[in-house]
Design a protein around this ligand. Structure first.
Ligand SMILES: [Zn+2]
Length: 283
């Protein structure tokens, strides 16, 4: 078994040799201090806000159904690729692998969630990706619980599917905003989260749908760009009723409720940063 895993490791290590990796340590406030700041600031956006430091719920249970119990233990953010690889034109050379990313962020065996683009190299289509990946380690085989959502050519609606129902690899493409940890239980601050609204630079090729609650969202955000040209916030969501996608804004501000479990990351890694950049398409 170990020999097999070692062989896989060799195979998946090919892609990122050329990819650059930059590292930036975050200031990590005490959770109690962070909870106080969030409680005060979120009151500006929500009628009711309760922020507290709590034990991470068991994320292996409904509605999350993740392959791990928590998002704690060496938390870090990986920003891979970027919007300039998606537009104005797709760069088809930009394909990545979650097991390799786990090594690039110095956490082989990491549990990784977030938002990104589906691996067109395997799916053959452009689709939004909701990564939920237990990467491989000496102790555990890799497991891919990711979802992808694509426009349904038949009716113009969309389809949410489990990636493992189509392919067996751990790839993705173009860009991803990832949160990685050891997948341990622990204490994150809990709060009603505020979505960042766009400046309405709606691209014509995007399709907007109103979708039903409850949704499980996987936001990855940073409070400040330390000069890396980061995507500040990126949220993809899935559900158990066949709906999911990229979160843009809520359509029922009077009644919407958010329950969030977040953990401040200790380190940011930027992998394969685009050299030619622009500012559009970041919503
Ligand atoms: Zn997205």
């Amino acid at each position: 078994m170990i020999r097999e895993l070692a062989a896989d490791t060799e195979a998946t290590a090919e892609i990122p040799k050329m990819a650059s990796v930059e590292k930036f340590p975050f200031h990590v406030p005490h959770l109690e201090e962070l909870a106080g700041v969030l409680q005060n600031e979120l009151k500006n956006n929500f009628a009711d806000v309760q922020v507290s430091v709590v034990d991470c719920p068991d994320l292996s249970k409904e509605p999350y159904t993740f392959p791990v119990k928590g998002i704690c233990g060496k938390p870090r953010i990986a920003e891979v690729g970027g919007v300039p690889y998606l537009m104005p034109l797709v760069n088809q050379e930009k394909v990545y692998d979650m097991n390799t990313v786990a090594k690039q962020i110095d956490l082989p065996g990491a549990f990784i969630i977030g938002a990104g683009e589906s691996p067109f190299q395997t799916l053959g289509i452009n689709a939004e990706f909701k990564p939920i990946v237990q990467t491989q380690s000496d102790h555990k085989p890799a497991m891919n619980g990711s979802y992808f959502a694509q426009i349904n050519p038949a009716d113009g609606g969309y389809l949410l599917e489990k990636y493992s129902g189509k392919c067996n690899d751990f790839g993705f493409a173009l860009l991803a905003n990832l949160f990685a940890s050891e997948g341990q239980p622990g204490k994150p601050p809990e709060f009603s989260s505020c979505p960042l609204n766009s400046d309405e630079d709606v691209n014509n090729w995007l399709h907007f749908f109103e979708i039903k609650a409850p949704l499980v969202c996987q936001p990855v955000f940073v409070s400040r760009d330390p000069g890396f040209d980061l995507q500040l916030e990126h949220t993809h969501c899935f559900s158990h009723h066949g709906e999911g996608g990229h979160y843009h804004y809520d359509t029922t501000p009077d009644t919407v409720e958010y329950l969030g479990y977040f953990l401040p990351a200790e380190v940011l890694y930027q992998i394969d940063k685009p050299k030619d950049t622009h500012t559009f398409g970041r919503d």
